[in-house]
Design a protein around this ligand. Structure first.
Ligand SMILES: Cc1cc2nc3c(=O)[nH]c(=O)nc-3n(C[C@H](O)[C@H](O)[C@H](O)COP(=O)(O)O)c2cc1C
Length: 202
């Protein structure tokens, strides 16, 4: 069914990968370039370019998952902490993590400039962010790096600002741990396409 072009094939191949090693198939420079290219070329409302990313490697990647675990320890009951710890430990075992943000000063200045769209700009900021996330996720996968998408914000926002010098105006949207996978992706089911895509006029 899905005989298509290179981009769509890459989209089909992208999956959530949780079983990750602390190895990479590509040099750090290529990881960084992948994130830079994705952030630069993903579209944004009014070409506002509010998406920001922080690439955490080596000790900084470990630091992020340590501070996430610390933050969770404060809110998850002790008797329920074991599965949480196991999950965070699995992310920490990966090669690196990309943190995705939106610069909220961009949202606010657009709201001032175009008051008619005031309520839309925060939504569009999230939508633009996810476009960059998908680009990184898909490109990583094509390079042999598995990744998953996590959301420990806003719980860890303050600790992240402090630990990594992230501007206060950068609103964290997602975290993407990545590395060489050591197990296949989990089974995935699909809803019938004719319930999801309607074609009219053909
Ligand atoms: C907006 C969005 C939020 C998501 N949040 C999480 C998350 O917090 N934790 C997680 O493990 N996966 C998260 N996922 C991954 C989805 O669970 C996953 O993409 C979905 O089950 C389909 O599987 P696939 O990625 O292998 O195609 C998120 C995905 C999207 C698009």
């Amino acid at each position: 069914m899905e005989k298509t072009n290179g981009f769509l094939n890459a989209l089909i191949r992208r999956r959530t990968r949780y079983a990750l090693t602390n190895k990479s198939t590509i040099p750090d420079e290529e990881i960084i370039r992948t994130v830079q290219t994705s952030v630069r070329y993903a579209p944004s409302a009014f070409n506002s370019q509010g998406t920001r990313a922080v690439v955490l490697l080596g000790p900084r990647h470990a630091q992020f998952w340590r501070l996430t675990l610390d933050a969770l320890r404060r809110v998850v009951p002790a008797d329920k902490f074991a599965p949480t710890e196991k999950k965070i430990t699995s992310f920490a075992a990966a090669y690196g993590t990309v943190l995705f943000f939106e610069d909220w000063t961009t949202v606010q200045s657009l709201q001032e400039k175009f008051p008619a769209y005031r309520d839309n700009f925060p939504l569009w900021a999230y939508q633009a962010n996810v476009m960059a996330e998908l680009a990184v996720w898909t490109a990583f996968n094509e390079a042999g790096l598995g990744a998953s998408l996590q959301h420990y914000n806003p719980l860890v926002d303050e600790a992240v600002q402090k630990a990594f010098g992230v501007p206060y105006a950068w609103k964290m949207i997602a975290q993407m741990p990545f590395g060489v996978p050591y197990a296949p992706a989990e089974e995935k089911s699909f809803l019938p396409l004719d319930e999801r895509v309607k074609v009219l006029g053909q």
